[in-house]
Design a protein around this ligand. Structure first.
Ligand SMILES: [Zn+2]
Length: 226
């Protein structure tokens, strides 16, 4: 059972916010996130999400030690949070059944194959899906990307498996912004997530909302090919 006094102390500053309040805080405790990627983007995303009080987490990473470190960090900050670690094998076995157990799924793997696999499974199961990646001094935040359009999209250098140059603060910033984005989304009742893309440029510290790439003949996006 949750100790009400420590719960109030832990979240008092958020509960004072009119957009969250006691009801919103309790709602966050019941929400869950399936996260793929315990890396330099995943860690700040996870820690701010845990700090905000999202109650249940499933974390997948190719590195067992990185995923374990996240679990330990969560317990230090908030012992009420439930974190379960999964091996990447889970996605190979049955990706749809894995995504279907969470309120939302977040892909921070920086791997286009995994992004496509998760976006397809989320579209099939109706689970809201967010994804982000970084390259150089740019970060990209995807919201409900269409798997059919991703299949035919021009190659994204940001999702390359190869090691590339990267401004070190970009993943941290993208992970933090995404945590804020999903807390807001989880608190809004009955909102259907529509496709969106936001780009961050570290050189001039600007965020730009872009139109996501859409294949004109995509059956899902229902765009008529002229
Ligand atoms: Zn599409």
């Amino acid at each position: 059972m949750v100790d009400q006094t420590s719960w109030m102390e832990r979240y008092s500053r958020q509960i004072l916010l009119p957009e969250i309040g006691g009801i919103g805080q309790k709602k966050l405790a019941k929400c869950s996130v399936g996260l793929v990627g315990a890396n330099s983007m995943g860690l700040p995303f996870f820690l701010f999400g845990v700090g905000a009080g999202i109650g249940r987490w499933g974390v997948i990473d190719t590195s067992k030690s990185r995923a374990k470190e996240m679990d330990q960090q969560a317990k230090l900050r908030n012992p009420e949070i439930n974190v379960k670690l999964f091996s990447p094998q889970k996605l190979k076995e049955n990706v749809a059944s894995w995504v279907n157990q969470w309120s939302i799924v977040v892909d921070l793997s920086n791997d286009s194959t995994i992004q496509l696999q998760l976006s397809s499974a989320c579209q099939l199961t109706g689970i809201p899906f967010f994804s982000a990646c970084c390259h150089g001094s740019t970060g990209l935040l995807f919201q409900a990307p269409c798997p059919f359009c991703l299949l035919t999209a021009p190659p994204q250098p940001t999702l390359s498996k190869k090691k590339s140059d990267l401004a070190t603060m970009v993943p941290g910033l993208i992970g933090t912004v995404l945590a804020q984005k999903i807390v807001k989304f989880l608190l809004e009742p009955g909102v259907r997530l529509s496709p969106g893309l936001t780009s961050f440029c570290a050189e001039d510290s600007t965020f730009t909302n872009l139109t996501p790439y859409m294949n004109k003949s995509c059956p899902t996006c229902n765009i008529v090919n002229n």
